[in-house]
Design a protein around this ligand. Sequence first.
Ligand code: FAD
Length: 488
Amino acid sequence: GTADLDCDVLVLGGGPGGYSAAFRAADLGLKVVIVERYATLGGVCLNVGCIPSKALLHVAAVIDEARHLADAGVVFGDPSIDIAKLRAHKEKVVGKLTGGLAAMAKMRKVAVVRGHGGFIGANHVEVEETTGSGQEKTGTKKVVAFKRAVIAAGSQAVHLPFLPDDPRVVDSTGALALAEVPRRMLILGGGIIGLEMGTVYSTLGARLDVVEMLDGLMQGADRDLVRVWQKMNAPRFDNIMLKTKTTSAVAMKEGILVHFEGEQAPKEPQLYDLVLQAAGRTPNGRRIGADRAGVAVTERGFIDVDIQMRTNVPHIFAIGDVVGQPMLAHKAVHEGHVAAEVIAGELTGDKALAASAFEARVIPSVAYTDPEVAWVGLTEEQAKAQGIQVKKGLFPWSASGRAIANGRDEGFTKLLFDDSPEAHGHGRILGGGIVGTHAGDMVGEIALAIEMGADAVDIGATIHPHPTLGESLGMAAEVAHGSCTDVP
Ligand code: FAD
């Protein structure tokens, strides 16, 4: 049939993956349409993820920092918190960024079609127009024809079926809405998202419990890093329940009554003013009519792609959370660029562009807690499990002048180098982890070192400015290389 609109590239979803693909494709000369059901671009990350959480975490970190200053003889007294104003501050931060994206789309002549999109064929998407701040349908439908499509539909929080439908039970989006500060809060799932939100609420005055099915918090990170975070953060928690199952929950007048099962579970059910579901995210692959375009979707809703981000249908690509773990914005952005370049290469006959591929060796992870926990590449746990011989360089921040001056010397920087016989003592860096303030801002240097194949001498001989926390990277490399056996 006829279409209301046609384009070279249709991008389904306006999150970090989608807008990155759209902007790159437009910059490469293609006619691009983004279909997005919400009023603003930016997806989960800008609207209800990375950015609002960091705006609140920044405020929490400043409050905590001010409290630490008591040790230096400066006492501020308890902060008075205007929650409505704090909410407005967060919204302003988000608005600045989503507004910037809208302007960038306009500048590039990328058309944004507002509505819920679904494939109706291999070259057509039908968009049901939505309006307002949510997804209210207006009843108007539009068909967009495309030569290529990029699926960037993202993910949403897993909702546990046994939790009651109650305003005191929220997911991360609800927690970021910051309706009020509860007295007792349960974090269901001890991953990064739950612990970041818990940090905000506890600094604002809530007491925390966390329940996790596995045997440790922040899965994926080496335990030595997590231990430092856990020691500093123990005062925030009444109960850290590991290897514990949440079996049921009932909404009562006084709160949400939650039952647990496991060795570390409290005998009695516990009452909470707020329960945060942070037990993972599920991809949106089953909600876009993929079958009508012939695109294969796994049972769990993921879409499999090759290293060029191509699905089983050669002219349809997929990127971001919907293609799998790790569900992180920086991964989505890079995948979006690859998809756009491959498409532009194919449509314009540029062979170099058409050969673009996602070949990142590593993708960093960061928990923006206090202290931050950041890691990239091989972990010690993985090295052990895979029988990879590594040489470790660990630099404790108790020996860092800057960390001591900051009054925050609890952290450390750890680098892992290939120590297999074939490396002949000059092994390349395979991974690293940092726990401490600003760890997330520093882990990018480890990622760069891994991508460039640096060894311990390369990193140790690189002059880092003094006194900085970043110096700890050079020191850790020197420790591994053995030229710094007695740490200053
Ligand atoms: P999304 O951001 O999910 O965007 C998908 C978009 O597609 C959405 O806007 C959605 O409305 C739209 N859409 C879906 N289906 C349709 C349809 N049928 N029609 C029209 N539109 C549709 N990652 C980090 O790297 N760093 C962080 O600090 C970080 N913090 C986070 C904090 C929280 C609380 C949460 C929840 C997540 C966080 N993440 C973080 C993860 C990050 O938000 C995601 O990895 C990222 O947003 C994925 O981008 P995406 O483009 O794949 O999908």
